[in-house]
Design a protein around this ligand. Sequence first.
Ligand code: GLA
Length: 381
Amino acid sequence: MGDIQEKFSKKFSGYPKVYRSPARINIIGEHVDYLGGLVLPAAIQFSTDLAMLPNSSNRYRIYSVHYDSLVEVETLSKQSDQKWANYILGVIDELKKEGYIFGGFDLVVDGNIPQGSGLSSSASLEVGVCFAISDCFKLGIPREKIAVIGQRAENNFVGTKCGIMDQFIISVGKQDMCILLDTETLSYSYTQLDMEGYEFYLVNSHVKHSLETSAYNQRRAECESAFRKLQTHFKNAKNLYSINQNEINFLDFQFTAEEHKRLKHVFGEKDRTREIIKAFSEKRMVDAAGILSRTHDSLSQLFEVSCEEIDFLQSTLLSLGVLGARMIGGGFGGCILVLDSINNRNSIEENVKKKYYEKYKIETEFYSFTISDGVNSVNKI
Ligand code: GLA
């Protein structure tokens, strides 16, 4: 952490407070967190590091180490042409809209979350900034509210109509724990998986296709239009996820082909979530891993948010004997989450890298991770 303070003093003066905001994985419940679904995410140790100090002015001076770029803003009338800065300006904007009063600050942002990897570097930044402002200006914002402010920043200022999952787990995460979050009510519980003999790890495809935001918003819009059609019959349904698919006669609703596929993913994911929770509780890890692979197939074929490289990597992993693997996050590239017996990885890693490189001329990376706490202050000056 000394490191980020040094970086701060190269740009600004004074002694900042330092914060660390994690990345996240999600075990199951993909593309259901904007439909009132259940998700099972955990915070992991990759992080955004932030150093912040109020500057007794109305100016926000923010510096990104990664982009080596300084942005200075006084009024938040429009988006910055520095895309990274909009995640921060969006948080300031949402806090002001909520009536919070705070002055200008100097901020340095650094970190080691691989960008575009599906590990949610953007939510990590939003939550980190919101937590830092709340702490530096003694606003006392509860963690659950910090998550909502972060999501709104991304929805309204950045323009991605993301759900609440990423910001929520990054705000409330606890070491060694996943949360089971109901994204309709935002009620959640902590749960620890017994991983004895098994492990999760990540494989980064190092591809990120640029249609990410537009396609994400489009998928959400398709689900919402399908829900509007269903509401003509299920008048009291509070969200799409709550509808019982066995009560739907699909022919009655004139769904488009896309809507039909999206619905099949959402209802399938609901069943898989129930199944995997049971499998984990009964320590049937092989079954749990198989469910992850089924989620991958559904995301690829029905929700259509995977891509060629990710599908190749996932099927290569399975063909080499891993128990289960799936893409995670919004899609169109990023990381694959693997669940396998421990000690298997060494024997396949080189082979996967070789096959992927031969086909796409792109290097993959394998990451171990630990489940970490949510956003926190870390400095003791
Ligand atoms: C992204 C979004 C989340 C969620 C996932 C897919 O990570 O930020 O809200 O929708 O995609 O599950």
